[in-house]
Write a protein of this length. Structure first.
Length: 267
């Protein structure tokens, strides 16, 4: 009899943390509680504050409801690590894929559109078709999904590098450097958990996938306002975007956000 796709440990992947050590119903205790929970209840709401900043100036970003897919990505990640089920694995990975699709649809600079794409509406269709095909392909070999999703980060880093070459604002460059630092630490933790599990289990410290969740959430905390900054520069050139930090620049831990200087009306 084939195991149910909803059954515990029916997923094709398992992370380094030992299963059912601290709970009889939660497979990976720290991956379930400590990190996706932090991302959902703390870092995601902070990102929402960042995402809601530009609409106060009447910007286009108010139509981009990235907060919903971000929440679902965090919740599905918790469900997957709690059950290690096949359905949980696919929900976790596909929620990330569709979150990226939403972000690309709204924020991908029109200057980088393929030559055959003339409007953002056409780009929506291209992104949607590509995402549907990628979703169907994810069922073919689910063990490769996480690697494919991580590879998208290299394209995002390439776009960031291209934009930084055209930007002289030192604050923007500093924020990009912090974002890359958190991402580099995150991907290092992910790879360490995946490839060096034997070492971490030998020293009884198999928690690097938990670190991945926290570090990638911190990277997103800086990535979102950075993307908004570049988006405003393209879509609302009459406004002057500026990166700010809450509660203050002098605090060691801050939440970055974007403010917009409205153009002066001429009588």
């Amino acid at each position: 009899r084939m195991p149910s796709i909803f059954s515990y440990q029916s997923a094709e992947v398992d992370w380094c943390e030992s299963n059912f050590v601290r709970s009889a119903v939660i497979a990976e205790y720290y991956n379930t509680h400590g990190t996706p929970l932090l991302s959902v209840l703390l870092l995601a709401p902070l990102n929402f504050l960042v995402l809601e900043e530009p609409p106060r100036a009447g910007g286009r970003m108010e139509r981009c409801h990235l907060k919903v897919p971000l929440l679902f990505a965090g919740l599905f990640s918790m469900y997957f690590h709690m059950t290690l089920s096949y359905v949980g694995q696919l929900l976790d990975e596909l929620s990330i894929l569709w979150t990226l699709a939403v972000a690309y649809s709204f924020w991908y600079p029109q200057a980088y559109f393929p030559k055959c794409i003339k409007t953002r509406r056409h780009f929506f269709w291209l992104t949607g078709i590509t995402t549907v095909i990628s979703t169907l392909m994810s069922f073919v070999k689910p063990t490769l999904n996480a690697y494919a999703l991580n590879c998208i980060a290299f394209h995002l880093l390439y776009l960031t590098w291209k934009e930084l070459k055209k930007c002289n604002d030192k604050r923007v460059h500093r924020m990009a450097a912090v974002m890359v630092m958190w991402w580099a630490l995150a991907i290092t933790s992910w790879i360490s958990d995946r490839w060096l599990c034997w070492l971490w289990q030998a020293i009884n410290f198999p928690y690097f996938h938990s670190f991945w969740h926290v570090l990638i959430a911190l990277s997103l905390l800086y990535c979102c306002p950075l993307v908004i900054y570049f988006d405003v520069s393209y879509e609302m050139p009459s406004f002057k975007p500026k990166l700010e930090y809450w509660p203050s620049d002098s605090w060691p831990v801050v939440v970055p956000y974007v403010t917009l200087e409205e153009p002066h009306k001429q009588c």
